[in-house]
Design a protein around this ligand. Structure first.
Ligand SMILES: *Cc1c(COP(=O)(O)O)cnc(C)c1O
Length: 361
């Protein structure tokens, strides 16, 4: 397949070749318009169709119920760390946070700048090696919302069962595993994700929010920062990130072609299973620091017997066509991020490479 290598980087992600090819073919002259999509009006018929199909695709593939709005915003997942407390952290209320690792901490840090926050579960003492069980999450009477990151991209842990937070809205950062498993919408009031890990290129954040929560959003915010601005305007309040939305639409078209969410989940289980098997069958040569029940299907982390061997492993892997395996600088080690468009062959051949490396070293 041309000169493409397996890209295991934590983000931006590898994208499906069929989607990239369509973008290439359509780039100079979009559907006979004599110009590219990124040169034309975001209020014209051509882009309108792309915009609506992108949102319809998110609804279709993820099974989003009708009483939720799908918003396409700029600022990635990071702007949501601020928008959530700005919109929902009213006087006398407390934003409740589950501290599962690096990304949860960033959300907490922004929340603190806006209002009262409380960490209701924290696993820092265990170096973030597991996710909470559903029953461990207890909300207070003054809770404005509970914020949770359901897949910690750096720690390599993934939530298995969502807590039931009753009337308190549960808000979930799904950036690094969205569209890889079904979402229990009956428990979740709002989901958000940066597009560039699982569904498109950078430049776009996707927010899926229950309509009654939009109604509760603050009125006194600058326009762009309020959910109330975007929902009634179908995310066309200002110029949207046209190219990112177009690429996301094409990526979701590909997801529908390969069998939708069930197929994506099956792929995620098989890819991660191949790597975890290589780890588990290595007699401790490869070591996954994460609790087995919290192992992520999307970001698999492991150590080798020494840092020198880790360096050697990452360098030799790159020479063999596996890029992006270096763990995050804050934790070291190795990490294979296998987002939705990573072919199964990528994981299977990396697992084989790991076992070969062990034999030689
Ligand atoms: C990458 C990531 C983010 C940040 O996303 P941006 O779109 O770059 O702002 C937030 N949360 C999680 C879990 C991530 O993996």
């Amino acid at each position: 397949m041309e000169n493409r290598i397996f890209n295991f980087a934590a983000g931006p992600c590898t994208l499906p070749v069929p989607a990239l090819k369509i973008a290439q073919e359509e780039f100079l002259d979009y559907e006979g318009a004599g110009m590219s999509l990124i040169e034309m009006s975001h209020r014209g018929a051509h882009y309108d169709k792309v915009h609506n199909s992108a949102m319809a695709n998110v609804r279709e593939v993820l099974g989003v119920p009708d009483n939720y709005d799908v918003l396409l915003l700029q600022g990635g997942a990071t702007l949501q760390f601020a928008m959530i407390p700005m919109n929902f952290l009213t006087q006398g209320k407390t934003g409740e946070y589950v501290n599962t690792g690096t990304w949860a901490k960033k959300a907490i840090s922004d929340g603190k700048k806006i209002g009262a926050t409380r960490v209701i579960w924290d696993n820092e003492a265990d170096r973030y090696t597991r996710m909470p069980a559903a029953g461990e999450i207890k909300t207070g009477d003054d809770a404005a919302y509970v914020h949770l990151c359901s897949n910690e991209t750096i720690g390599g842990i993934e939530l298995q069962e969502y807590p039931d937070t009753g009337d308190v809205p549960l808000i979930v950062d799904m950036s690094s595993h969205i569209l890889s498993r079904p979402v229990p919408f009956e428990k979740i009031s709002m989901i958000y994700a940066g597009a560039q890990k699982n569904m498109g290129p950078a430049g776009l954040g996707v927010v899926i929010i229950r309509k009654d929560l939009v109604e509760k959003a603050a009125d006194n915010l600058p326009a762009y920062l309020s959910y109330k601005t975007h929902a009634p305007k179908d995310s066309l309040y200002n110029t949207p990130p046209v190219f990112a939305i177009y690429m996301m639409k094409l990526t979701l078209d590909w997801m529908k072609d390969i069998g939708g969410l069930a197929a994506l989940e099956d792929l995620a289980i098989k890819r991660s299973g191949a790597i975890y098997n290589a780890v588990d069958e290595s007699d401790g040569y490869f070591r996954c620091p994460v609790d087995k029940a919290s192992r992520s299907r999307m970001n698999v982390v492991w150590r080798l017997p020494s840092e020198d061997l880790e360096k050697k492993f990452i360098a030799e892997a790159l020479n063999s066509g596996f890029s992006g395996l270096k763990g995050h600088r804050s934790v070291g080690g190795c990490r294979a991020s296998m987002y939705n468009a990573m072919p199964i062959e990528g994981a299977v051949s990396l697992a084989q490479f790991m076992l070969d490396f062990k034999k030689k070293n």
